[in-house]
Design a protein around this ligand. Structure first.
Ligand SMILES: [Zn+2]
Length: 164
């Protein structure tokens, strides 16, 4: 769909309807990258489900056809707030489609709460290994193999020289 392909600099421009969702993540996930699977039908960000002009009174915005795959968004969470309150992240162009398709999609407003267990829509993305970390892992493995080979060689020599 290419939703994340472009980000407009004008965050308040005319666009599709904004949508909102609330997710819960464990405290240790803050500051890390997570994936959020977007529900097909989301709350209208203006009225939070109560019904308004933006959502034509429905209180909800449909993001895609039922046949389409769920959209999974990578999101980097900010550090956890000291006071434990939830944080709100605004993701441009991940909301509802504008009636005129030339306009940008609306924003997605994600409220992230701190809780014991994550909500089903969110998963923690594994830490990406940097090239230097990958090199280190490779060197570690190679030195372990070298150690094993040298030990066997040493035992073999002891054997040959009659010590074993
Ligand atoms: Zn509404």
């Amino acid at each position: 769909m290419g939703i994340l392909g472009k980000v407009t600099s004008d965050l308040e421009g005319v666009r599709g309807p904004d949508v909102a969702m609330v997710v819960t993540v464990p405290r240790s996930w803050f500051g890390r990258e997570i994936s959020i699977a977007l529900p097909r039908i989301m709350h209208c960000a203006v009225c939070q489900g109560g019904g308004c002009d933006q959502c034509l009174g429905a209180g909800a915005i449909t993001l895609r056809d039922s046949a389409e795959q769920p959209l999974v968004l990578p999101v980097v969470l900010p550090p956890v707030r000291e006071d434990g309150r939830s944080v709100c992240i605004r993701i441009p162009e991940a909301g509802g489609e504008a009636v005129q398709s030339a306009l940008a999609r609306g924003h997605l407003l994600v409220t992230v709460r701190c809780g014991d267990s994550p909500s089903p829509e969110v998963t923690l993305r594994g830490p990406e290994l940097t090239p230097s970390q990958r090199d280190r892992a490779y060197l570690m493995k190679r030195s372990l193999i070298m150690t094993a080979v040298l030990t066997l060689l040493f035992l073999g020599m002891l054997r040959l020289s009659g010590w074993l």
